[in-house]
Design a protein around this ligand. Sequence first.
Ligand code: B12
Ligand code: SF4
Ligand code: SF4
Length: 378
Amino acid sequence: MSATDRQEELRRRLAALGFDDVRFARLDEAPTAPLRAWLTAGHHADMHWMERTAEKRLDPQLVVAGARSVIMLGVNYWAEKIAAPTRPTWARYALHEDYHDTIAPALDEAGRLLGELYGATRDDYRAYTDTGPVLERSWAARAGLGFTGKNAMLISRRHGNWLFLAAILTRIEFAPDAPVKNDFHTRDVGTLCGSCTRCLEACPTAAFPAPGVVDARRCISYQTIENKGVIPRALRAGIGQRIYGCDVCLEVCPWNRFAQEGRRLLLAARHDLAEIPLAEILGLTPEKFAAVFRRTPMKRLKLTGLLRNACIVAGNSGDTSLLPQLTALATAHAAPLVRAHAVWAVFRLGGGPALAATAASETDPLVLAEFAAEAAAT
Ligand code: B12
Ligand code: SF4
Ligand code: SF4
């Protein structure tokens, strides 16, 4: 079999495993992603693991010595079924079992394929989805899986913004696929955006200091998923009804009109989660949380984190029927993080004066800070 035929056979069999797009890039030219500038500006917030792994992200040789190529894989998670955002609003990707877990077996299978077709051993490659020290979006753009939008997303002409990415760094040398446009090297961001700036304008918390650059400190996705502590008061109103993650800069993108449902071979939908009313979430017990959110990305947030987010959504909802539940959380929940955000929500819904009396018996500094901020605001 010729080298070209073998590479196409690999592409075909990777697609058969469930990957909706399969592209190749050479590693001889490092991506220009301005990771260092991003870190220096503090845009990574408290994701210190991004700092610790920066060298490896910038140099694949430090991940797989002798690596020559990267195989970039895309998994389409677009679902017509949830065409309109629900209330509370979940990031679309979160309405599935954790994709890290459902894609991993296919990556194991991909490794076996490299063994079968190229005689590769475990030392010849590393496969990751999301959690590895790889600049996945930059390599995906280099491989022509799509282009980098002004929203920083890897946008595919076939799948819009709705692609999970996975990467296999390998010592095997593959013929590179072409980027989506020849001037790719001079215009790394917004290659096919034209004069559109919808995503930059739509961001509810002004998280784009520049096109293609996200300041995680202001990003709702970071705040509701990665931040394990207090969500800054100044951002809470902008979070609106978004209980977990944020798709605003993805949803507004005109390139989504070309998106079609993928085969979903590597995904397990949990669209039922979008139906859960906010009041039910506010009343979750640890047992119910564990049962409902088993295997979903929300399991990592834990019940405390989800309640924190739910309090913010409740505070933004204008729904005063939630006040009794929120007052109970503000006065009696065991976690100060939940009490603190519940205090904010109660004040937002107009129940503050009645709650203020309980401040005298509160001793936790997190919660007292919320009462103090409310007092200062009136
Ligand atoms: C840290 C991280 C986050 C952080 C920081 C996001 C960010 N923009 O960096 C937070 C928590 C905020 C986040 C949010 C989200 N994330 Co995230 N995240 C990551 C992670 C782990 C690393 C990203 C990274 O290295 N950031 C550092 C910056 C510097 O690198 P970058 O964004 O990849 O690089 C871009 C810029 O450098 C720019 N660029 C390149 N050249 C140039 C040149 C110039 C001059 C400029 C200005 C810019 C520029 O383009 C690059 C490619 O987009 C990746 C997985 C991975 N290993 O890559 C997933 C990943 C990027 N996330 C993903 C997703 C789905 C999301 C969310 C949509 C989740 C949600 N719905 O809530 C949001 C989208 C927010 C957004 N608009 O970016 C997907 C994106 C898939 C895709 N098609 O692009 C990834 C690839 C995970 C995966 N395997 O599928 N994420
Ligand atoms: S994910 Fe949401 S908050 Fe983050 S940059 Fe996009 S629109 Fe802004
Ligand atoms: S919304 Fe417009 S500017 Fe933003 S990524 Fe999509 S095409 Fe580009």
